[in-house]
Structure formats: structure tokens, C-alpha cells
Design a protein around this ligand. Sequence first.
Ligand SMILES: Cc1cc2nc3c(=O)[nH]c(=O)nc-3n(C[C@H](O)[C@H](O)[C@H](O)COP(=O)(O)OP(=O)(O)OC[C@H]3O[C@@H](n4cnc5c(N)ncnc54)[C@H](O)[C@@H]3O)c2cc1C
Ligand SMILES: NC(=O)c1ccc[n+]([C@@H]2O[C@H](COP(=O)([O-])OP(=O)(O)OC[C@H]3O[C@@H](n4cnc5c(N)ncnc54)[C@H](O)[C@@H]3O)[C@@H](O)[C@H]2O)c1
Length: 472
Amino acid sequence: MKHIKTDLLVIGAGSGGLSVAAGAVQMGADVTLLEGHKMGGDCLNFGCVPSKALIASGKAAWGQAHASKYGVADVVPQVDYAAAKDHVADVIAEIEPNDSVERFESLGVRVIQEYGEFVSDREVKAGDTLIKARRVVISTGSSPFVPPIPGLDSVPYQTNETLFELREQPKHLLVIGGGPIGMEMAQAHRRLGSEVTVIEGMKALGKDDPELAAIVLENLREEGIQIEEGALVSEVRGKEGAIEVEVQDGRVFKGTHLLMAAGRKPNIDKLNLEAAGIETTRTGIKVDAGMRTTNRRVYAIGDVAGGLQFTHVAGYHAGLIIRSALFGLPAKERTDHIPWATYTEPEMAHVGMTEAQARDAHGDALEVARFHYTHNDRAIAERKTKGLIKVMVVKGRPIGASIAGYQAGELINLWALVIANKLKMSAVANMVAPYPTVGELNKRAAGAYFSPRLFENPKVKSVVRFVQRWLP
Ligand SMILES: Cc1cc2nc3c(=O)[nH]c(=O)nc-3n(C[C@H](O)[C@H](O)[C@H](O)COP(=O)(O)OP(=O)(O)OC[C@H]3O[C@@H](n4cnc5c(N)ncnc54)[C@H](O)[C@@H]3O)c2cc1C
Ligand SMILES: NC(=O)c1ccc[n+]([C@@H]2O[C@H](COP(=O)([O-])OP(=O)(O)OC[C@H]3O[C@@H](n4cnc5c(N)ncnc54)[C@H](O)[C@@H]3O)[C@@H](O)[C@H]2O)c1
């Protein structure tokens, strides 16, 4: 057995672990990084990157089929599903060097390509190496949660870990789960020419504002995706090419392929957490506000910590714990300023409190500024007018923003800045936005907040009339 001593041991080289390792080594720490599978983790290999690349293929096909509204003839797109998967692989390959062993070794990180397993409160075994670390960061991510549905063990199915390798186009894709994974992949496949049925036990896109989710769902249905809600799956049967999904009320849905997108489970199986005194909860590793586990030398970040599961959250956690692990400074996680976006078309994005949460927390003190895409000239020119922005405001300060519509994921950046820095609505109203941009929507939402104060205010009117009488 080889023995190593290190300042910081990072277990898992995905979005969170790579950010910690890169940051800590460049600040002078001795860093050891373990990765048992693929450098880059879920986001690069099985998540954000391949899904957004496949969505781009779908968008290209859809654009060809729906060009006549711009005066360009519609054509039936000649989709080569396997070539679309080549494009996905190519996009991964282009980003891969950033996350590679070579890059991290060149930064000075000791990379060990093995799974890690605790053997004591501060020692981890990885292959034939025993590592003793001053601090340990667990950033082992999550995996697809596959519910124990009767029949599923004898029916072939895809998850996000296999879907991007599938080369034969599903004629009819059945998707169990109407969350972001299910809906993004449903639309990409529909646009590439597959029939698609989404089977959702509760409410599709149920974690988002229902008014905005309805805008997205209406569009997905118009594109031909069958979305069945309140459809908890009770049994799956059949074989490759002929699969049946039965739900609790007896409805049966038939398709050729099955995608399981029913949520995530934390990657903790291989870690032997008991040996280090690390406790877990139902959703992941138990952490305090500073991302420390029940073993004070060990942090847990990203998906495995069981909170919001996004790449940018794992990156945010990384920044927090570098502060604490390297400088001994206090660190406290905030979640009120974390945005997220779902990359369907139209997109849906959100930061801070939803309208319902804000209403619960602030009652009548809450004002909601709303603005529709139909009034945005750029959206009209692009023929992308389905959409709405809502900004939740208390005493002049935004505490949440929700957007469904064209480029919602880009538009939310501004509100993420505003809320992170506790800026006022006036900061957005004072901004001059270039015309014609979709980004003007943000300023118009601020305008919608101030308009009644300015234009429906008798005091303002009487002051103007008074001043006008005296102005030379
Ligand atoms: C289909 C899909 C689409 C997504 N799209 C988006 C998106 O558009 N935007 C967004 O923000 N998020 C998206 N996500 C979520 C995002 O991928 C995750 O939130 C993010 O990858 C979490 O980062 P992480 O560092 O916690 O884990 P990961 O990136 O999963 O990295 C964990 C790593 O740890 C390794 N590992 C596990 N156990 C061990 C062990 N014992 N020893 C050593 N190594 C180990 C794993 O092999 C893996 O490489 C998507 C997810 C999926 C599945
Ligand atoms: N754009 C993005 O940022 C993006 C994209 C994809 C994934 N993600 C991340 O990955 C996470 C996981 O995504 P997800 O879509 O797998 O999970 P999810 O938990 O958001 O959605 C899963 C859905 O499956 C349904 N479901 C579960 N069991 C079922 C059953 N037996 N029958 C019918 N329906 C069932 C649930 O009701 C739920 O709506 C997201 O929460 C997000 O954090 C982010």
C-alpha cells in the first residue's frame, strides 16, 4: 500500500470537485483528486453538455420545418439521429480537455483514477493508495434514481447515463418523469422526429411556478408531445421495440423505447461513510450551513449534499468551502440568490422566491411586476412572443424573478445579479438597455413596477401641473 499525506483530498472530479481542486492548488495547497469514472462527472459526460448539444440538434431540425413564418420555405428535415449523437460526442470532446487529468496534473493536482473509500475519520483508500488528509471534500455527485417499478428489471430502458450513446432513433420514446431531464429530452426527441409520451406521476415541471410551467407545457403539447400528468407508473412490460407502461388508474402507454427520468440519488454507496462518522439524510450527505458534514474535517458539496442539484451550485459550493478549508474563514451557504433554468423552448428560468413562496413569506407587502413577451419588439421580430416575466418585489427590492419565454436562461442572469447584491428595482429601471433586445424585457418589468407609481399617482399629476404653470 502506498501512503500519501495531503492538505486537501477531493473525492469526485465533476463540476464541484474540479472547481475545488483547481482553486485550492492555485492558492498553494497540496491537492489530491480522486475520480473513479470519467473526469468532468455528470455535467460533461451525461448531463448538461450532451443534453444541451442534443437540444441544439432538435432546434436545427425544428427551424428547418418551421421557417415559412420568416418567408423561407419549410422543409422536412433529414434527421440522422446517429449523426446528431456524433455532434453530441464532438461537443463533449471539445470541452473535455478543460477537465482532463493532463490539465489538472499540469496545475499541480495529484490525480488518482480510482474510487475513494473512507477507512477512518481522515483516511481514504483509493486503489492501492492510502491518503491521509487535513481536509476532505466529498463531491461524488448523483445518479439516476430508478424507482422499483414492477417489471422494470426485465424491460430495457435508458437513463441519462446511456441515452447519449443510443444510436438508433426511438420511433416512440416513453419518458417516465416530467422534470427538467424528462422535458428537455422529450422536446429534443420530438423535434428530431420521434413520437414522445411523457408519463408524470404528479405535475410536470412541478418544481417551477405553475403559471410559467403552463406556458412551457402548452408549447410542448402543441409541438406534439403527449404529456400525461397524475400518472404514477405501476407496471412496465414488453421488450425492446414494444414497451408498455401502465399507470395506477389503468391507462396504458405504448412505445418503442423507455427513458427513466424520475429523479436522482446521491452517490454514497462506495464511500463507506460510517468509517468516518459521516451521517446522511434522505436526500444526501448531512451538511451544516458551511457545507461541513458530521465529521468536521470533511465537507460535502454539489449533488451529493442533497440540496439544489445544478452545476453552478456545485461551483458555488466549491468557492464557499475553499474559503473555509484553506483560510479557516467562516462560510455560510446562501440559496436565496441561486438561479436555475430549464432549456426547453420556450425556456424557463427562476431565481429567489417564487410568487407562492413570496406570498407566504410577505403577504400583502408583496408586489408582483409582470411583463409579457408580446410587447417586446425583438421577440415579435423573432416570432417568439410566448412568454412572461414576473418579478416579486418587497419594499422596492426584488426577492425573486421567474421567466418563461425565449432566452429566459439568459435573462435571469440580471435578476441573479440584482438579488445576490440586494439591489433595488430602481437599479434595473435606471439601466439603459439596447433596442431591440430581448433583454429590454427586464427593464420593462422594472417599468411595470414603477408605472403605477408615476402614471397613476394624483400627487405626481398635480406637481406636474403646478410646475408647468410656472416654467418659463
Ligand atoms: C441530463 C442532465 C442534464 C443536466 N443539465 C443541467 C444544466 O443544464 N444545468 C445545470 O446547472 N445542471 C444540469 N444538470 C445537473 C448537473 O449535471 C449536476 O448538478 C452536476 O454535475 C453536479 O456536480 P457534482 O460535482 O456534484 O457531481 P458530478 O458532476 O456528477 O461529479 C461527481 C463525480 O464523482 C465521481 N465519483 C462518485 N463516487 C466516487 C468515489 N467514491 N470516488 C471517486 N469518484 C467518485 C463520479 O464518477 C463523478 O465523476 C443536469 C443533469 C443531468 C443528469
Ligand atoms: N436545465 C437544468 O438545469 C437541468 C436539466 C436536467 C436536470 N437538472 C437537474 O437534475 C435534477 C434531476 O432531474 P429529473 O428530471 O430527473 O428529476 P426531478 O426530480 O426534477 O423530476 C422527476 C419527476 O419524475 C416524477 N416521477 C418519479 N417517479 C415516478 C413514477 N414512478 N411515475 C411517474 N412519475 C414519476 C416525479 O414526480 C418528478 O416530477 C433536477 O432537479 C435538476 O437539479 C437540471
